[in-house]
Design a protein around this ligand. Structure first.
Ligand code: ADP
Length: 478
């Protein structure tokens, strides 16, 4: 039996700000319990809902060196859907209304968290074979393991995996502060280790010291070895490319299932969608304040509204997109620039654009079920989940060929009659527009081919099963 410890800053169902939480909370459930004992370590944030906090039980506590001071480390425990979760308890660090806030404070907080997570393994007597670290918040774990903890026999045989969910976030701060926060020696803060443009990067530390590195799709694994996508770490990542794996994320097929989803107007399957999917379209139009009209080509967008998501491309051609026969439903929050952009277009095209500037998981299900296509024109996309949900609900995605979008959406080929969606290669607004127009032509003029695209999309398998097997292969390779 292999023992695996997951160390991460968030996990469903306790605390979630992004896709990271889905991976950390879902993946441990999928492994074969006879072969793998996977336990998850996250902070015990005060903002974890009471209903969970009340159920946690106290395990132990101790004091740990933290630079020049000693800090309390409490360990709380809760088993949830068969997975063992440990929560690092420290009210000084984890008392915010949200998991993250002030950057400098976050740096110190997650230096503490990384060291505490390693320290509790001994306290709970869990001698992991593999420590699987997620994103910059756990980046210091491999560094501590190979330095401060290296002399302790309990830790010497442990191997580490560092997973990059988004390379854009690295936990960078000045070297003096990081030295003080970590208590690590000077020799680690050089350009071949933690130093990054005269500062120090916690994620870089993880990438230098981990035994294996993974990221969340094959294409993103290749892209991050180039300057355009590499965020300054492309040199290091290409030097380590023998140890770098791309493993695509899955989605929870119990939650995202058009046959049983109680959040949509009418359930359907690949056999019944022709009859029932349109009920969802009608309901979506009603709900979003658009004219109810079956003949409209409804484009959906569910997204954080940030530069990453390719929204400036949409801005360039929005008036052309809003031609006859098209409606555009947006659910998203983020940068005010993009929030206002969509509000503006709703103002000038009130019967075509519905801008819903908020986060609403329930309504997002209606968009996946009710739209005719899903737009994901990202500048970069490590994996992307919205296109996977769209495929499952028979809503062909229109994507830019980058990262996980390229790996999971096969572009329609009218000659071979293959493909599950539509895609364009360059970060160019007119390529986006041409691709939308092409999808419209297939939808209106070759509807029998359109139906086949929908059906191929619906039978793709992007549940966690396949990805879990890949992670097992990775663990076995260590
Ligand atoms: P990222 O992690 O970069 O935000 P992903 O595509 O990996 O992008 O994951 C986004 C997830 O968040 C999807 O499950 C999507 O449905 C959900 N989501 C994003 N914005 C909203 C919103 N405004 N309301 C509801 N769900 C949203």
């Amino acid at each position: 039996m292999k023992k695996v410890a997951y160390i991460a800053s968030e996990s469903v169902p306790f605390i979630k700000t992004g896709g990271l939480a889905d991976v950390v909370g879902t993946l441990p459930k999928v492994f074969d319990k006879k072969q793998y004992d996977v336990r998850v370590i996250i902070p015990n944030y005060l903002c974890i809902p009471e209903k969970f906090r009340n159920k946690m039980t106290y395990v132990t506590h101790f004091y740990m060196d933290m630079g020049w001071k000693q800090e309390y480390v409490g360990v709380m425990y809760l088993e949830y859907e068969g997975v063992k979760f440990y929560f690092i308890d420290n009210e000084y660090y984890f008392n915010g209304f949200t998991p993250y806030g002030d950057v400098k404070w976050d740096i110190e907080k997650f230096c503490y968290f990384s060291k505490a997570s390693l320290s509790i393994l001994k306290a709970i007597d869990f001698q992991a074979d593999i420590i699987h670290c997620h994103d910059w918040q756990a980046g210091m774990v491999p560094v501590y393991l190979k330095t401060l903890f290296a002399g302790d026999l309990f830790y010497t045989s442990m191997k580490t995996v560092m997973t990059i969910h988004n390379l854009q976030f690295q936990g960078c701060w000045d070297i003096a502060t990081l030295k003080a926060d970590t208590g690590l020696p000077d020799y680690l803060f050089t350009p071949d280790k933690l130093e990054m443009n005269k500062d120090a990067s916690m994620l870089k530390g993880g990438l230098v010291y981990a035994d294996k590195i993974t990221t969340v799709s094959n294409t993103y694994a290749k892209e991050i070895q180039t300057p355009y996508y590499g965020e300054g770490l492309n040199g290091l990542l290409s030097a380590r490319n023998e140890s770098l794996w791309g493993i695509v994320n899955g989605i929870d097929y119990d939650i995202w299932n058009p046959q049983t989803d109680s959040l949509i107007a009418k359930n359907y399957t690949v056999k019944t969608w022709k009859k029932y999917k349109k009920e969802n379209k009608k309901k979506l139009q009603e709900m979003m304040g658009l004219p109810v009209d079956e003949k409209q080509f409804v484009i959906g967008l569910v997204s954080r509204l940030t530069d990453q998501k390719g929204l400036d491309l949409i801005d360039r051609v929005m008036n052309e997109i809003c031609q006859d026969g098209v409606q555009f439903v947006i659910i998203g929050t983020g940068d005010s620039r993009y929030e206002n952009m969509f509000r503006y277009y709703q103002g000038i095209h009130p019967t075509k654009v519905s801008a819903n500037i908020y986060y609403d998981e329930a309504k997002s299900h209606m968009v996946y079920a009710g739209a005719d296509v899903m737009l994901v024109p990202s500048r970069f996309e490590p994996c992307g989940l919205t296109q996977l949900m769209a495929l499952r609900y028979g809503t062909p995605p229109i994507v830019r060929e980058t990262g996980g979008l390229k790996d999971t959406v096969e572009p329609y080929n009218e000659y071979d009659q293959t493909g599950t969606g539509f895609s364009f290669a360059n970060y160019n607004a007119h390529e986006l527009l041409a691709t939308i127009n092409y999808a419209k032509v297939v939808y209106y003029d070759h509807h029998e081919n359109w139906e086949k695209i929908v059906e191929r999309a619906m039978v793709q398998d992007y549940s966690w099963g396949q990805s879990a097997l890949k992670y097992q292969e990775l663990y076995e390779s260590l």
